[in-house]
Design a protein around this ligand. Structure first.
Ligand code: NAD
Ligand code: TYD
Length: 373
């Protein structure tokens, strides 16, 4: 049995990862550490932590005493760090929190792992490490900056982040690599493109658009809508992380992407059409609509409103996943056409979850973030 510390697993990707791991491996035990910020929801993993192989601890990855105690108590073999402030727009409003969590929080986890896992020193003075341990950092393609119309991010692409969010994730990656180069710590990093799927918080493009359509609201598209993202179904990302943790080479970075580049405006139009078609073919779903509007003819492109662009908006992200494919045999399994329908259906079928996460501070956030646009 291996014991994993999975941080940030009350959030979108971490929760999907815990669900995937508990299903895929009988010999894995998981301790979730999550601060339950606005982005974390314990209900998302309620069924999973009600399991003898999965426990939940509420706390901050930056809390030195807590993290050290957890290492002593559970004797972790693996750390997978998802915990982060993850939204670019919020990082533009409040950069400091991003540096605090994403950089210092990561460093605190690395240090606790180092204290727990080092067994001695070799003749050159480098630490020696307990067998089978691994620190894995969940990073993002945004560390590479922005592409123009041509080319892809490879692991050799220079790091060139633009937003406070991506700058903080880049700093974290560099600290992770510094622990590898200085202490020979067994680390790996994955840099993934934009994820979508179940439990996605409706501040990010796809779940926000779905939620706004269901609420009969306008669909805010930044700038001209021609920015490109490379979308990956979340479970494919989870499988990639699992592979890299178990089989990836120490000290290596692996890019993870779906070869699914789409402009934002195309994503929004496809989402409108898919919801319209589901409502047409399965009218029982119309009960989910939270609006007084009659019928469904209003679910069309007229809902789109072009709003003021994001500051420093990266033009295009696109991943070259050759390395993870060649070394570990990973390929995305969910075509976007299928994944987006699954995601929309998940949203239609889980309106209680949506209501939960959009109550309280979400309304205030939405009004403030979109007021000036
Ligand atoms: P999310 O915002 O949905 O979830 C983040 C989780 O971290 C939440 O549960 C939150 O409560 C928790 N958290 C925040 N600060 C914490 C702290 N100080 N201590 C403990 N827990 C804390 O994020 P996500 O979209 O699931 O992203 C997870 C990771 O994947 C992040 O590191 C992000 O940078 C990375 N990533 C995300 C995407 C994407 O498309 N969403 C793509 C590539 C990489
Ligand atoms: P987002 O989901 O925030 O992810 P990221 O910025 O990390 O790529 O945004 C995806 C794209 O959608 C990005 O180009 C910004 C754009 N966008 C909008 O046009 N409108 C919105 O309301 C949001 C949240 C994003």
């Amino acid at each position: 049995m291996k014991t994993y510390l999975v941080t940030g697993a009350a959030g979108f990707i971490g929760a999907n990862f815990v669900k995937y791991m508990l299903k895929a491996h009988d010999d894995v035990r998981i301790v979730v550490l999550d601060a339950l910020t606005y982005a974390g929801n314990l209900k998302t993993i309620a069924e999973d932590i009600d399991n003898e192989r999965c426990f939940f601890v509420r706390g901050d990855i930056g809390d030195k005493d807590l993290v050290e105690t957890l290492f002593k108590e559970y004797k972790f073999d693996v750390v997978v760090n998802f915990a982060a402030e993850s939204h670019v727009d919020r990082s533009i409003e409040n950069p400091q929190l991003f540096l605090q969590t994403n950089i210092l929080g990561t460093q605190n986890l690395l240090d606790a792992a180092r204290r727990a896992w080092v067994t001695g020193r070799d003749e050159q003075g480098y630490p020696t490490w307990r067998d089978g341990v691994r620190y894995h950092q969940v990073s993002t393609d945004e560390v590479y900056g922005s592409l123009s119309a041509e080319g892809f991010f490879t692991e050799q692409t220079p790091l060139c982040p633009h937003s406070p969010y991506s700058a903080s994730k880049t700093s974290a990656d560099m600290i992770v690599m510094a622990y590898h180069d200085t202490y020979k710590m067994p680390v790996t990093i994955t840099r993934c493109s934009n994820n979508y799927g179940p439990y996605h918080f409706p501040e990010k493009l796809i779940p926000l658009i779905i939620n706004n359509i269901l609420s009969g609201k306008k669909l805010p598209v930044y700038g001209d809508g021609m920015n490109v993202r490379d979308w990956l179904y979340v479970e494919d990302h989870c499988k990639a992380i699992d592979l890299v943790v178990r089989k990836g080479r120490e000290g290596e970075v692996y890019n993870v992407g779906g070869h699914n580049e789409m402009t934002n405006i195309d994503i929004v139009r496809l989402t409108i059409k898919t919801i319209h078609d589901i409502m047409e073919q399965e009218p029982e779903y119309r009960k989910v609509l939270k609006t007084d509007r009659e019928g469904i003819d209003w679910i069309n492109d007229d809902l789109i409103t072009f709003v003021k662009d994001r500051l420093g908006h990266d033009q295009r992200y696109a991943i070259d996943p050759t390395k993870i494919h060649d070394e570990l045999g990973w390929l995305p399994e969910t075509p976007f056409a299928k994944g987006i329908v699954k995601t929309i259906r998940w949203n239609l079928d889980h309106q209680d979850w949506i209501a939960d996460v959009t109550s309280g501070d979400y309304q205030k956030y939405y009004e403030e973030m979109y007021a000036g646009r």
